[in-house]
Structure formats: structure tokens, C-alpha cells
Design a binder for this molecule. Structure first.
Ligand SMILES: [Cu+2]
Length: 155
């Protein structure tokens, strides 16, 4: 039976290589060069996106700016055709190349005194690479809308 163990060994090596793709990034063994990443966006305070439902999302500020590794705080202004948005907001980071997010949930809260303004923290971008950060807004008793901001975290 000399040939029996070989296929098993090959499968094991392939499995380790697949797991190592993401773990290697985290350990810093792979350098992420954001200069060659063309799916990301240049951060600009006040940058705007309009959702499919017509809701306007303004990324009023990011701390740090541009968004950096680990914890970020964002202020987002949300408006509908009827005026400032009022409802539930969720901010969800995701790494499309690795198919994972972050275990840390960003707390989103309305900013007192400014209708339609929400703060979100911590937006935990814990790994270098391209992140997609979805901002979703569901109006009280109304419809939902969302946009995606894409930023590359160097490392
Ligand atoms: Cu990752």
C-alpha cells in the first residue's frame, strides 16, 4: 500500500496554503501596496454617495483621516428627498478579497443637535488591504438604502 498516504498529504498541504493566504496578511508577511490598488477611493472629507433609493450619504469626517488600520470614527450625514434622515443606521466593514469582516460591531448613534448626522465607532479595519464599508440606513417606518465606501489600508 505505498501509494495510499500520498493523496492525503497533498490535500493537507493545499488546505494549509488556503488558510495561510489571510493569516499571512495579518502577520505582516505580505506588504499591501495601496498605490497599485485601483478599486479603492481617495478619502475626502465631505465625499458623497447616493444610494439606489436616492438617499444621500456624506462622509463628513473620518478620524483618523484618511481611514487607517484598526479603529476609526466616522461622522456621516444622511439625507433623503424629504430632508434629514431619521431611523436606524448600520456601518459594516468587509474585506472582499478575504470574505471576512470584523468581530467588532461599530456603534452608530445620532449626533444631538444635527438632524441626519450619525457617528459610528469603532469602525475596525484590522487588516491591511481593501475594505468595503457599507453604510445602511433604514428610515423609521420606511424603506432602506445603502452605499459602500472602499478604502485601502496600507501595511
Ligand atoms: Cu483579510
Amino acid at each position: 500500500m505505498p501509494h495510499m498516504p500520498r493523496p492525503l498529504i497533498l490535500v493537507s498541504i493545499a488546505g494549509l496554503a488556503a488558510l495561510g493566504a489571510c493569516a499571512g496578511d495579518d502577520g505582516g508577511s505580505t506588504v499591501i501596496n495601496c498605490e497599485v490598488e485601483d478599486r479603492d477611493e481617495a478619502f475626502l472629507a465631505g465625499m458623497q454617495k447616493v444610494g439606489a433609493g436616492g438617499t444621500t450619504f456624506t462622509l463628513t469626517s473620518s478620524t483618523p483621516a484618511p481611514p487607517g488600520r484598526d479603529d476609526n470614527t466616522w461622522v456621516v450625514d444622511i439625507a433623503t428627498g424629504a430632508g434629514p434622515f431619521d431611523g436606524a443606521v448600520e456601518v459594516t466593514p468587509f474585506m472582499p478579497d478575504h470574505r471576512h469582516g470584523t468581530p467588532i460591531v461599530a456603534i452608530v448613534a445620532p449626533v444631538a443637535g444635527t438632524p441626519g448626522r450619525y457617528s459610528a465607532a469603532p469602525i475596525n479595519l484590522w487588516m491591511p488591504g481593501l475594505w468595503e464599508i457599507t453604510v445602511a440606513a433604514t428610515a423609521t417606518g420606511g424603506s432602506a438604502d445603502a452605499v459602500v465606501f472602499r478604502f485601502c489600508i496600507p501595511g
